[in-house]
Design a protein around this ligand. Structure first.
Ligand code: NAD
Length: 271
C-alpha cells in the first residue's frame, strides 16, 4: 500500500514556500499524505521536518524538467498505491519590468515555469488522477489572468493560459471523472512579491494583502466542490466580470492604478 497507507494524497509543487507550503500544512492537519516538490531543497527539508517523514514524501523537482517530473510522480505513486486525490500545480516565478526591456531568456523562463511546468505536471499525472475517484487537478492562476497586467506582461499571459487550460480540461477530463479548477489570488504575502510590496499594499479593497493560509483553505474547499474559478478575495471575480464586459474601461482603470501611469501617458515628443 505504500507510506500513505490508504490516506488521501496531494502532490504540491512550489511546496517549500508561500501558498504551497501553507497548503501542505493544512492538508497534513486534515490527515492527508503530502507530496512536496520544489527547487528549494532547504525549504523542503524544513517542510519534511514539520510534517513528519511518515506523512510525506518531499523531493527536489524543477517543474520544467518533464523526465524528472515523471520520476517524481512514479515515486509518489509508489507511496500512495497508484493514487493521487489532488494534483496542485502551484510552482511559479514572477519577473517584473517592461516587456521590451527584459532579456528574452528571462521571459522564456517565466513561460517555462508558469505554463510549461503546469503542462508537464498535468500530462504526466493524469494516469494517477484517473485512477483516483473524485480527484482534482488544481492550479494557481492569478488575478493577473483577469486583464493583462503591465509590468508583468508575460507572467500575466502565462496565468491567462493556465485559466484557459483549466476551463478546457474541466470539460475534457469529465470523461474520467477528474475535476479541474484554479485559483486567482490577488496580493498574497509570500516571498514572490518584490521587496517592499507588502508595506505598500493597500489596507482595503481587492488588492489588500492576504495571508497564504487563505489560499490553502481555498484548495481544501475546491476539493469539496465543483466550482471552476476561485477568486481570493472574492472581489477579484468582479474585476474578471468587468474585464469581460468592458475591457477598454478596465484598461483605463489599470493605467490610473499603476505607479508608472505617468510614463505610459508621456508625450513621446517631449522625451
Ligand atoms: P513563493 O515564492 O513563496 O512560492 C513559489 C515556490 O515555487 C517557491 O518555493 C519556489 O522555489 C518554487 N519554484 C519556483 N520555480 C520552480 C520550479 N521551476 N520548479 C519547482 N518549484 C519552483 O510564492 P507564492 O506566492 O506562494 O507562489 C505560488 C503561486 O502563486 C505561483 O504560481 C504564483 O505565481 C502564484 N501567485 C502569487 C500571488 C502573490 O501575490 N503571492 C498572486 C497570484 C498568484
Amino acid at each position: 500500500m505504500g507510506t500513505a497507507n490508504g490516506r488521501k494524497s496531494i502532490f504540491i509543487t512550489g511546496a517549500a514556500s508561500g501558498m504551497g507550503r501553507e497548503t501542505a500544512r493544512l492538508f497534513r492537519q486534515k490527515g492527508w499524505f503530502i507530496g512536496g516538490y520544489d527547487v528549494n531543497a532547504d525549504g523542503l527539508s524544513a517542510l519534511e521536518k514539520e510534517l513528519g517523514a511518515d506523512n510525506c514524501v518531499v523531493r527536489k523537482l524543477d517543474v520544467t524538467d518533464k523526465t524528472d517530473y515523471e520520476k517524481a510522480l512514479a515515486e509518489f505513486g509508489a507511496a500512495t498505491g497508484g493514487k493521487m486525490d489532488i494534483l496542485y500545480n502551484n510552482a511559479g516565478i514572477g519577473v517584473g519590468g517592461f516587456f521590451d526591456e527584459q532579456p528574452f531568456e528571462d521571459i522564456l523562463r517565466v513561460v517555462r515555469v508558469n505554463f510549461i511546468g503546469v503542462l508537464n505536471g498535468i500530462h504526466s499525472a493524469i494516469g494517477l488522477l484517473k485512477a483516483t475517484p473524485g480527484s482534482l487537478c488544481f492550479t494557481t492562476s492569478s488575478s493577473s489572468a483577469t486583464y493583462g497586467m503591465p509590468g508583468i506582461a508575460v507572467y500575466s499571459a502565462t496565468k491567462h493560459a493556465v485559466k484557459g487550460l483549466t476551463e478546457a480540461l474541466s470539460i475534457e477530463f469529465r470523461r474520467y471523472g477528474v475535476r479541474a479548477a484554479d485559483t486567482l489570488p490577488g496580493l498574497i504575502d509570500t516571498a514572490i512579491l518584490p521587496p517592499g510590496t507588502a508595506d505598500r499594499a493597500p489596507k482595503e479593497g481587492m488588492f489588500r494583502l492576504i495571508q497564504p493560509i487563505e489560499v490553502a483553505k481555498i484548495v481544501w474547499e475546491a476539493y469539496n466542490s465543483d466550482k471552476l474559478h476561485w477568486y481570493v478575495p472574492e472581489e477579484i471575480g468582479d474585476l474578471d466580470k468587468a474585464a469581460g464586459n468592458n475591457p477598454e474601461q478596465v484598461r483605463e482603470q489599470i493605467v490610473q492604478m499603476m505607479a508608472f501611469a505617468e510614463t505610459l501617458n508621456a508625450d513621446p515628443k517631449k522625451q
